[in-house]
Design a protein around this ligand. Structure first.
Ligand code: SAM
Length: 357
């Protein structure tokens, strides 16, 4: 398809109307899954069995699609998976993303440094391979990191991840990330009744001692094994009650309107806790996110019943304008909200490890 068909909106990110959906939400946040392989088998995410096929695209193809998203006004990119640190070529990919901070027009027009929108590059990892990779990640241009940790107690940690002796490696990874300046380091903890709800206060202490932001996440029905029930979810109010037994919690103002976490500190101002409560306090009205799966499908909601084959457009020879048009049309139809806990709730078409958390 000839470059002359290029939509002028694509050529100039500044003149282009922002990527928005039909509900008027600006879409500024893209999560890119670079593999759906994982070296953990967390009980609430994956089945315990091996053998699943995995899907990965060439790094250059992810970059081509991401570049078009950035030209449409995406400001934040989070690399995820699967486990992104397993992905060969990840460091080079981050370096190429960092270059887009100054050169991101879809038709190759180079913009002057400092003129472009800021591009925040973050990554979510289980931390198992992080200790040795923190410095190369930072050096390539990664801004921030989130490490998933579901227990401080080592035995519980192994019981949840189904990997023996992994806690020490993850802790070393967290400290290494802090040392090299991948700040703020955030810790994500999914709470599951019967597994780790007794770890809430331990995590509060961890936030204070290690100087990291700990975020508790309500368990969502996105697991491979379909074990979710409302009773397993540890809800916001219960988390706050547990934190209050340690020290009175004090709410903090949101950093931005679309922030997913409600923020808290303690009376003495030490430590920061976030609570992400998509089940008990949905935040869909502020959702600014879309996802690109490791096989190149565009997903407009974690709970979508289908996804949209953006990579198919590329594979069939589509140019950047075709990709941009496909993205615009798909994003426009983003779902208003999820229906967790409602009688009409349908499980999503894919599980978290295959979507990219
Ligand atoms: N492997 C990386 C990691 O462990 O962070 C990235 C992928 S993982 C799917 C991303 C995040 O999703 C993790 O923090 C994980 O705990 C969270 N997650 C997975 N399944 C979830 C579920 N059903 N409900 C809520 N969070 C979930």
């Amino acid at each position: 398809m000839a470059a002359t068909t290029m939509d002028p909106d694509v050529r100039s990110p500044f003149a282009a109307p922002r990527l928005t959906d039909k509900h008027g939400r600006a879409i500024t946040d893209l999560r890119v899954s670079v593999t759906d392989r994982c070296n953990y088998k967390c009980v609430y995410c994956r089945t315990g069995t091996e053998g699943a096929q995995y899907s990965e695209l060439p790094i250059a193809d992810y970059l081509r699609m991401v570049r078009v998203f950035v030209s449409l006004g995406i400001e934040k990119i989070r690399l995820t998976g699967g486990e992104p640190l397993l992905r060969k070529g990840l460091i080079e990919m981050i370096a190429a993303l960092a270059e887009m901070r100054t050169a991101f027009a879809a038709d190759g027009t180079r913009l002057s440094p400092g003129m472009g929108q800021p591009l925040d590059i973050a990554l979510t990892t289980n931390g198992h391979l992080l200790e040795g990779l923190a410095q190369p990640l930072k050096g390539a241009g990664l801004d921030r990191i989130t490490v998933s940790m579901d227990a401080i107690d080592r035995e519980k940690f192994s019981r949840i991840t189904r990997v023996p002796d992994s806690f020490g490696r993850v802790l070393a990874g967290v400290r290494s990330a802090k040392r090299v300046g991948l700040n703020p380091v955030k810790i994500n903890c999914v709470l599951l009744r019967g597994f780790n709800e007794d770890q809430i206060v331990e995590f509060a202490k961890f936030s204070r001692e290690e100087g990291v932001i700990v975020r508790f996440i309500e368990f969502m029905p996105l697991e491979e094994d379909r074990v979710w029930t409302p009773e397993v979810v540890v809800r916001l109010e219960e988390i706050l009650a547990a934190l209050n037994t340690f020290q009175p919690v004090v709410p903090l103002a949101p950093n931005i309107a679309s922030e997913t976490a409600l923020r808290y500190t303690f009376q003495d101002g030490l430590g920061e806790i976030g609570i992400i409560a998509p089940v008990s306090h949905p935040f869909c009205g502020h959702c600014s996110r879309v996802r690109l799966t490791s096989d190149g499908k565009l997903r407009t909601c974690l709970f979508s019943q289908s996804d949209h084959d953006l990579y198919g457009v590329l594979r069939r020879g589509g140019d950047d304008a075709d990709l941009a048009e496909f993205i615009r049309r798909t994003v426009d139809r983003k779902e208003a909200r999820h229906h967790i806990g409602e009688p009409d709730f349908l499980k999503p078409s894919r599980s978290m490890v295959h979507i990219g958390g």
